[in-house]
Design a protein around this ligand. Structure first.
Ligand code: ATP
Ligand code: MG
Length: 196
């Protein structure tokens, strides 16, 4: 069985609230191996390249707003001048470019079996009010879509975590050079995986 790699980004709200240590320790304590760590003040091009540019991704992001607005009886047109999911997704991406440059971000690459599912589980639902207690977003944030959209900004949800194996590879290659990643054995691996 092959190990997977996931990129984690502690977003500006996580960095500014002094949560780096607490968040990194959650991935360490579950047994994932940290193979890269660094701080970076990202530029616009990097953030545009990081978040997908596909209609499928824009639609997913826009649908989040539309579902939440429908639940609360709000009109997306008032904020976005459109109720088309792809168009809303594109506007949210433009907000992400500003948000992710508000301060340096903290980056980590973690490796392990089923690492992608594990980092998503530990991060919790994208929408903080729906993220379960015990998850990073559930424990450290409480932002809502309608407040965020009304203020023309994305949800402040502390962390990014790769959500597919392919995205994990792509994102690790975007943010890290080969010589910033470390191939080594952790003492605990012998006990976690009964390796000889
Ligand atoms: P991330 O990619 O940051 O790990 P995610 O995979 O859970 O988050 P995506 O759908 O990739 O969620 O959205 C990227 C980020 O864009 C979210 O983490 C959030 O900050 C913001 N976002 C997504 N949808 C909305 C929305 N409808 N309104 C405001 N912000 C949003
Ligand atoms: Mg995502």
């Amino acid at each position: 069985m092959k190990k997977q790699r996931a990129l984690l980004i502690i977003k500006p709200d996580g960095v500014q609230r002094g949560l780096i240590g607490k968040i990194v320790s959650r991935f360490e304590q579950v047994g994932l191996k940290i193979i890269g760590l660094k701080f970076e003040w990202a530029n616009k091009e990097k953030i545009i390249a990081h978040y997908p540019e596909t209609d499928a991704w824009f639609a997913k992001v826009g649908q989040r707003t539309l579902t939440n607005y429908a639940k609360k009886g709000l009109d997306a047109k008032k904020v976005f001048n459109t109720d088309k999911d792809v168009e809303i997704g594109k506007i949210v991406k433009s907000w992400l470019v500003d948000y992710m440059q508000e301060s340096p971000v903290f980056l980590a690459v973690v490796e392990g079996y089923d690492a992608i599912e594990i980092v998503r589980k530990l991060s919790g639902n994208t929408i903080p009010v729906l993220a379960n207690p015990g998850t990073i977003r559930g424990d450290f944030s409480h932002d809502t879509i309608d407040l965020a959209n009304e203020q023309n900004r994305p949800l402040r949800n502390i962390i990014h975590a790769s959500d597919t194996v392919e995205d994990g590879e792509k994102e690790v290659n975007l943010w890290f050079k080969e010589d910033e990643l470390f191939d080594y054995k952790l003492a605990g691996e012998k006990f976690m995986y009964s390796l000889k």
